[in-house]
Design a protein around this ligand. Structure first.
Ligand code: NAP
Ligand code: GLV
Length: 309
């Protein structure tokens, strides 16, 4: 059995070793050294070149190295009948929850305000509030949203979440569906986006949504760049409707050097690094799915292509 590995960001040597340690008979081929495409049974990919997977005539499964599969689904040549599985992994989940906590703590303790004051050499104290005074709203309560909600609760923050279907997470008020979005947004100190990019969620971070947030709320977008209407964010920051934003994902990545977000005093930019999986941990899922493929059992974490996630 041969697996094709293709990712511009993940380490092929570490991945090959982690896979081969568990499945010594697995042949791992690293893009662009594909060899005979007809010999490849499955592919482990992140941002593969469009059209690559369509060139593999005997492909039986696609394993995404990312939790989000929007870029794969955007490729019109993606083989329509090959099962697509997304990454669900404890190391990825933990790194996302850690990143969410980091930015919520930063806003809770007003570091964005102190950074602006430092630029003016201004000594002004904002007395710390208890964590319960900061209410965090999570758009998306899936694998990553749920883990983030639990970590935030453990630190004493107020937490509410919004998803398609209602959730039962201890200490977290759950809102479901478009009708409950306005009530979810009321009273939030920090809004964190952890949604998948689908036709329903594209552009969801827009002026109408910002208008429902309390004046001076902060935004953290860790989902996808296309969730955000960029001009609406700039207007909301200029008017003070939003106090600050942290953006890890962008409509165009890498974010072009001339993009105004790089220099905006109220925006923190990180280069799509909120969460990555560690091969040593994440290889477990890939190997389990290869075993299932070999024995004809159902694959884990199959993407519902019609739903888009
Ligand atoms: P997931 O387990 O599939 O969870 C997605 C959540 O979004 C679910 O709670 C789902 O609701 C909700 N949702 C989807 N469409 C919705 C809609 N139209 N209205 C309301 N709620 C909706 O996904 P995940 O593993 O948590 O990952 C989420 C996203 O994070 C990924 O798709 C990716 O875009 C992003 N991500 C970013 C990074 C980074 O480094 N920046 C890293 C990893 C992932 P239901 O539960 O009701 O279905
Ligand atoms: C990263 O963005 C992922 O989807 O895992």
């Amino acid at each position: 059995m041969a697996l094709l590995f293709a990712s511009p960001d993940d380490d092929p040597v570490a991945w090959s070793a982690a896979l081969r340690r568990r499945l010594p008979d697995l042949e791992v081929r690293v893009f662009p050294d594909i060899g005979d495409p007809a010999q490849i049974d499955c592919a482990l990919v992140w941002l593969p070149p469009p059209g690559l997977l369509a060139r593999l005539p005997n492909l039986r499964a696609i394993f995404s190295l990312g939790a989000g599969v929007d870029r794969l689904l955007e490729d019109p040549t993606l083989p329509p009948d090959v099962p697509l599985c997304r990454m669900v992994d404890p190391s990825l989940t933990a790194s996302m929850a850690e990143f969410v906590l980091l930015h919520v703590l930063r806003y809770h303790r007003d570091l964005d305000v102190y950074e602006a004051q430092q630029r003016r050499a201004e000594w002004r104290l904002l007395l710390p509030k208890p964590p319960s005074a900061t209410v965090v709203g999570l758009l998306g309560l899936g694998e990553l949203g749920t883990a983030s909600a639990r970590l935030l609760r453990a630190h004493g923050f107020g937490v509410v979440g919004w998803s398609r279907t209602r959730k039962a997470i201890e200490g977290v008020r759950s809102f479901a569906g478009p009708a409950e979005l306005p009530a979810f947004l009321e009273g939030l100190s920090v809004l964190v986006c952890l949604l998948p990019l689908t036709p329903e969620t594209r552009g969801i971070l827009n002026a109408a949504l910002f208008a429902r947030l309390p004046e001076g709320a902060r935004l953290v977008n860790l989902g996808r760049g296309a969730h955000l209407v960029e001009e609406h964010l700039e207007a909301a920051l200029d008017s003070g409707r939003l106090a600050h934003a942290t953006l890890d994902v962008f409509a165009r990545e890498p974010l072009p050097k001339e993009h105004p977000f790089w220099r905006h005093p109220k925006i923190t930019v990180t280069p799509h690094v909120a969460a990555y999986c560690q091969p040593e941990s994440a290889a477990e899922l890939v190997v389990e799915n290869i075993r299932r493929l070999r024995s004809g059992r159902p694959l884990l974490h199959l993407v519902d292509r019609a739903r888009g996630y």
